[in-house]
Design a protein around this ligand. Structure first.
Ligand code: MG
Length: 395
């Protein structure tokens, strides 16, 4: 585990006013700010592990739930922060696995960081073998004042704009350097590069290829919303996607009949490796297909004995996690069941309710109809039940 990123989530957000008690958990484009950060680090493939530093145990519990939902395949460790940023960094450094050689430190209030930026930073880190930071050039004219020029007229000094840079995160370091810097630094510093500079060490900047603003005030939310909506896996992806699912199972005696997560009293049920919930399978495939992912057989092969008899709501929950991992949000689902028997109309509302819980979608955004095959063909003879589903996803 050579490269480890410390993700600082414990900022107080004091300038956010009443908008959010915790800006890291605030949802932008349907996902918490912290999810966007996780996704960027995960997709960048620049790290071998992540250390999430939370403000307190309650926030740690919420962040751990997001990590689980995002299905991050990297090892993720959790640490508790302190009253100041530097203490949180030190607590994160104390959790580094022994074999760590390089450390990135990121402020989770910057959710628009991109995999491309993270790759560029890592390349610079390996080249410099010293402190590196994402940064951008200052484009405003900047003056420095000895006293507050808002409170009264003051003499200003024009600074040479072409020499000014604004620091972002992540910043990255060889482990030994950042550990030494934080051990020796006694100055109050607002970033980690400053602790390294206090040692007299030079630093290398990487000009951010994409805007990477910090969520500080409520007014930052619209800009971040726009940035994050334009930041799919690849920028040319359209904002909406449609997925199609189809499934069919044979009716047999002596099995429970489960449709849409609801067990329907009947002397027969559907045959299958799982609970054979044909409707839930069709919806799961619509979600996966709309996200450009393989079908449920890929995630739950019927050769896997450990998932025999599995509740198909678990399959659907996995599909929704995979969809969200790809950056998509489910907008609506529509499905049609084809069953000659039993009569399904009395159960459709209960199915909607059950699927609503699993999908995290209002029942009004779920359509379920039932029809017969009018006696035509195998389905018409009652040999099985089939389901079609479509899902609409947005970035
Ligand atoms: Mg099936």
């Amino acid at each position: 585990m050579e490269h480890v990123a410390i993700l600082l989530a414990g900022g107080t957000g004091s300038r956010m006013g009443d908008v959010s008690a915790d800006k890291i958990l605030l949802e932008i484009n349907g996902r918490p700010v912290f999810s966007h950060v996780l996704k960027a680090f995960h997709e960048s493939e620049t790290q071998d592990g992540l250390i999430v530093v939370a403000r307190d145990q309650e926030q740690q519990r919420q962040l751990a739930a997001i990590v689980a939902r995002e299905a991050v395949s990297l090892p993720v460790y959790h640490a508790l922060g302190g009253s100041e940023r530097a203490i949180s960094v030190r607590n994160g450094l104390a959790c580094l696995p022994p074999e760590t050689r390089f450390v990135s430190i990121h402020d989770c209030a910057r959710p628009a960081v991109t995999p491309a930026s993270l790759k560029a930073l890592r390349a610079a880190l390996l080249q410099a073998n010293g402190a590196v930071s994402l940064a951008h050039r200052i484009t405003d004219t900047v003056r420095q004042f000895a006293s507050d020029p808002v409170l009264g007229p003051a003499s200003g000094q024009l600074l040479a704009r072409e020499k000014l840079w604004a620091m972002e995160t992540p910043q990255a370091f060889p482990r030994t350097l950042i550990e030494r810097a934080h051990r020796l630094c006694t100055l109050p510093v607002t970033d980690d590069l400053a602790a390294v500079e206090a040692l007299g060490e030079p630093v290398l900047l990487v000009e951010s290829p994409h805007p990477n603003p910090k969520l500080t005030r409520p007014a930052d939310i619209p800009f971040l919303t726009s940035l994050l909506s334009r930041q799919p896996m690849n920028a040319s992806q359209p904002p909406f996607r449609t997925g199609l699912g189809y499934d069919i199972h044979r009716l047999v005696e002596g099995r429970p009949l489960v449709l849409g997560g609801v067990t329907i009293p009947a002397p027969f049920g559907l045959e299958g490796h799982s609970d054979a919930d044909v409707l839930t399978h069709a919806i799961a495939d619509a979600l996966l297909g709309g996200s450009g992912l393989p079908d449920i057989g890929h995630y739950f092969p019927n050769t896997d004995a450990s998932i025999e008899g599995i509740d198909s709501q678990e399959i659907l929950a996995r599909a929704i996690r995979e969809t969200s991992r790809m950056g998509y949000r489910l907008l609506n689902v529509d499905a049609t069941l084809i069953a000659e028997k039993p009569r399904l109309a009395p159960w459709l509302e209960a199915m909607k309710e059950r699927l609503s819980g699993t999908l995290g979608l209002a029942p009004s955004c779920i359509g379920i109809k039932a029809t017969t095959q009018e006696g035509i063909g195998a389905l018409g003879k009652g040999d099985g039940i089939a389901a079609h589903a479509v899902a609409t996803l947005s970035l």
